[in-house]
Design a protein around this ligand. Structure first.
Ligand SMILES: Nc1ncnc2c1ncn2[C@@H]1O[C@H](COP(=O)(O)OP(=O)(O)OP(=O)(O)O)[C@@H](O)[C@H]1O
Ligand SMILES: [Mg+2]
Length: 250
């Protein structure tokens, strides 16, 4: 088979597998939530909640990974669609915190919502959630167990919403702070065993944030923690658009 055809078949196969995996994973996380929320089989004891959290957290990590693969491909081929609606940001952050509870509860990590004001933003809610989820899931792996704190904040500045995800983790060496937004980049360190992944999350975050008209950056100090910031225009008039700019293929 010629190389181009081989690449195409490989990509089609990856996309197919990813779709096939996403559906059962969504069901697994959904049912884990139902088990905890509605106590269908009676009230769960501490060990049972712990077990459900582990199942749910791992399914969520895998689902996030698969979504990243699919969406990186969309981004690269200019096939990512955006549709906009008005959302209330502090409620939105609260919802993300609730969704990630299986991941954070089990590692005894505190997720703090610093957004107390009522701010309404017109945005693509799923894409914004994807950016924040990726930033938070990264932080979860680098903060100390039981003492980890991740703060999510939003402020308004000169017509822009400025989002922050700040952790008290191991920090990122200065020399790689620009590189972490590149596709497939991962730091070569002892943390590799604890932090699995493909190196797509931040590349995707950058692509989405920039498509929405903002920018993303990191400030970090070794052994103190990392702060990821990104901006989003307060006034987005569009209702729907697709990214027409093609990037180099994967
Ligand atoms: N909060 C953080 N603290 C310390 N290092 C970080 C943090 N966030 C990202 N990094 C570093 O940046 C690298 C790239 O992150 P990115 O999210 O792109 O990929 P990944 O998390 O390794 O894999 P994936 O997101 O595809 O699961 C990480 O491997 C890690 O070395
Ligand atoms: Mg990541």
């Amino acid at each position: 088979m010629r190389k181009n055809n081989l690449d195409k078949s490989r990509e089609e196969l990856i996309a197919l597998f990813s779709h096939e995996l996403k559906t059962p994973l969504t069901l697994i996380t959904g049912w884990c939530q139902v088990l905890k929320d509605f106590a269908i089989i009676g009230k769960l004891n501490q060990e049972q909640v712990h077990a459900v959290n582990i199942v749910s957290a791992n399914a969520m990590t895998l689902k996030n990974e698969i979504e990243n693969i699919l969406d990186t491909k969309k981004l690269m081929y200019g096939a990512m669609l955006f549709s906009f609606e008005n959302i209330e940001l502090n409620k939105f952050i609260q919802r993300i915190i609730r969704r990630l509870r299986p991941v954070t509860d089990d590692k005894k990590i505190r997720l703090v919502n610093l957004c107390k004001k009522r701010i309404v933003l017109r945005t693509d809610v799923d894409r914004l959630e994807q950016v924040l989820t990726n930033l938070i899931m990264n932080a979860v792996d680098f903060v100390p167990k039981s003492k980890g704190v991740i703060k999510i904040g939003i402020t308004e500045n000169k017509g822009k919403a400025v989002f922050s995800v700040i952790d008290n983790g191991k920090g990122i060496p200065k020399k790689i702070q620009d590189k972490i937004f590149e596709k497939l980049f991962q730091e070569d360190s002892s943390y590799r065993r604890k932090h699995s992944g493909l190196g797509l999350g931040l590349f995707l975050c950058k692509g989405i944030v920039e498509s929405l008209g903002g920018r993303i950056w990191v400030e970090s100090k070794l052994k103190e923690g990392s702060a990821f910031y990104f901006t989003h225009p307060m006034n987005t008039k569009t209702r729907r658009f697709s990214l027409l700019k093609k990037m180099r293929p994967l």
